[in-house]
Design a protein around this ligand. Structure first.
Ligand SMILES: [Zn+2]
Length: 166
């Protein structure tokens, strides 16, 4: 998890998550957009299919997120779990977040929930290869694989979860 905590990118004044939604330059790593949050592929993946669910608003703490945002974030985490299970036959998924720099957040002022697919035996495999990451799939291929699954799975639940702002 030490790597995962830094996996969102190097510290920078520019917020990579806010930049991802720039209408003039939408991130090619976006896999799903909701009303209040989105799902994006990690540019520095720990595993194939390493996703992050992120509120559209630049908020750094759960305390600053609205109930509607929190509902949509966990709903998209649920869809992400389903999508990763379908696309990558994940046996399990690490779901977690680091709030604040002291906790290891790579992007420290913008909440994000990591979802890292795992497979039986991959821990042993990773310990064998040590610090070497083995990520054979190109990010563009991951996005192309995941987008249609998200379109199918997220549409209905986002509609149901689109409660009036609180
Ligand atoms: Zn931001």
């Amino acid at each position: 998890m030490d790597y995962v905590t830094r996996a969102a990118g190097p510290d920078s004044d520019a917020c990579v998550f806010c930049a991802a939604l720039d209408p003039a330059a939408l991130s090619p790593l976006l896999v799903c957009r909701g009303e209040r949050s989105f799902v994006i592929l990690n540019k520095y993946p720990y595993n194939n299919g390493h996703l992050m669910v992120v509120p559209a608003r630049h908020v750094g703490r759960l305390a600053d997120a609205t109930p509607a945002e929190l509902t949509e974030i966990i709903t998209l985490a649920r869809v992400s779990e389903m999508a990763l299970t379908e696309a990558y036959r994940a046996h399990g998924i690490n779901v977690g977040m680091n709030v604040g720099r002291a906790a290891g957040a790579g992007v420290r002022d913008h909440l994000h929930v990591h979802l890292v697919p795992r497979w039986d035996g991959d821990t042993n495999f990773m310990s064998v290869v040590g610090d070497t990451r083995v990520v054979p799939e190109e990010p563009a291929a991951s996005v192309a694989r995941l987008r249609p699954i998200f379109e199918r799975l997220a549409g209905p639940v986002l509609g149901a979860g689109a409660a009036p702002s609180s």
